[in-house]
Design a binder for this molecule. Structure first.
Ligand code: TXA
Ligand code: MG
Length: 328
């Protein structure tokens, strides 16, 4: 776009080896933007302590600046410098980090994550990713790295370096190519702010696993404005999406589950496994969308396992687009 205010630059594609990681860490320490693989989806990394770097993340994504970012750290010690962990947060961190879990906690007096990354909130979202490349990178940077999903705001999250470039080539400094991300949906977000922990976003760790550790999670309905990733239309392909389809209609591309449709469709998991389906979700949505179908019909997906997160993302992909803020 000629009126695009974001400077067009050359985006480096860095190999996932010692030299590539060192270069990525150097760029991040200089305040540059580097997309990197985590076990969930690719993150658009920038120094979370630098308001300048964080501002360029918002600009590159075209994200509304009221939307706070997750700060990624390499160790529990680093996380405790940023946030205050109550008993529930400490138990969850102990049991599930490194992993696809983000904890929203009150800021610590020693916090280094800048206010802009938190969108001015008195809380901070923290995560230690399980992906080896991500943790090596974070250790080398030695500061929290802000990392929203590395897509244009409102679009489908990237699970391969090529998806990152399709959205952000020329808008970021580099992508560290860590291959295909294994989980495929974003982290589960839990707020631990005193009282029962609240589920803010379903994701790569299923609710049941978290409830085994801290008991029943409080509902987060009233929290929606605090987790703007929960905006109704989000994670959306270009095509219209029809949910719970039992058969394909004329002109539709099919996103199947458990071999229901038959014929020329993409099946998230022919054997009906929600973990496999989560891993395939975003790349299959991109592939179907690329064929410019009239509509994408999606087979019913059960709520167990990672089904809660998959159904959440599909409901947002199918939501009316209109003037929704998530589409900017
Ligand atoms: O798996 C993931 O979580 C990926 C990878 C890259 O780590 N990241 C990701 O980030 O999905 P993002 O920015 O697309 O989503 C972060 C969500 C947003 O919905 C945001 O509103 C919410 O976290 N969030 C961040 N800080 C928050 C806070 N202090 N309170 C409530 N929600 C917060
Ligand atoms: Mg996102």
């Amino acid at each position: 776009m000629s009126d695009d205010p974001v400077k067009v630059m050359k985006t480096l594609r860095l190999r996932d080896d010692a030299a590539g990681q060192a270069e990525a860490a150097r760029l991040l320490r200089e305040g540059k933007l580097v997309a990197f693989a985590t076990e969930t989806v690719y993150g658009l990394g920038g120094d979370a302590t630098s308001p300048g770097a964080v501002a360029s993340i918002y600009a590159a994504k075209g994200r509304p600046s009221f939307n706070p970012l997750i700060a990624h750290v390499a160790t529990l010690e680093a996380a405790r410098r940023e946030g205050l962990f109550d008993a529930a947060a400490a138990r969850l961190a102990e049991a599930l980090w490194p992993g696809p879990l983000t904890l929203v906690v009150p800021v610590a007096p020693t916090i280094t994550v800048c206010e802009l990354a938190r969108a001015g909130l008195a809380t901070v979202a923290l995560r230690i990713p399980a992906h080896e490349t991500a943790r090596a990178l974070l250790a080398a940077v030695g500061r929290p790295v802000a990392g929203p999903s590395a897509n244009r705001s409102g679009q489908v999250s990237p699970v391969e370096a090529g998806h990152v470039l399709a959205d952000l080539d020329g808008r970021i400094d580099a992508v560290l190519d860590g291959g295909r991300t294994p989980v495929g949906v974003e982290s589960t977000i839990v707020a631990c702010l005193g009282g029962a922990p609240k589920l803010l976003r379903s994701g790569g760790i299923e609710r049941g696993r978290i409830e085994e550790i801290v008991g029943p999670l409080a509902s987060a309905d009233e929290e929606k404005t605090l987790a703007p990733g929960m905006l109704a239309s989000h994670y959306a392909p270009d095509a219209v999406v029809r949910l719970n389809a039992l058969a394909l209609e004329e002109g539709e591309a099919g996103l199947d589950f458990g071999a229901r449709f038959g014929g020329r469709v993409l099946d998230l998991s022919p054997r009906g496994d929600t973990v496999e389906a989560a891993a395939n979700l975003y790349s299959f949505l991109r592939r179907l969308d690329a064929a410019r179908p009239r509509r994408i019909a999606v087979a019913p997906i059960p709520m167990h396992g990672l089904g809660e997160a998959i159904n959440d993302r599909l409901a947002r992909a199918a939501a009316p687009r209109g003037s929704g803020a998530a589409r900017v």
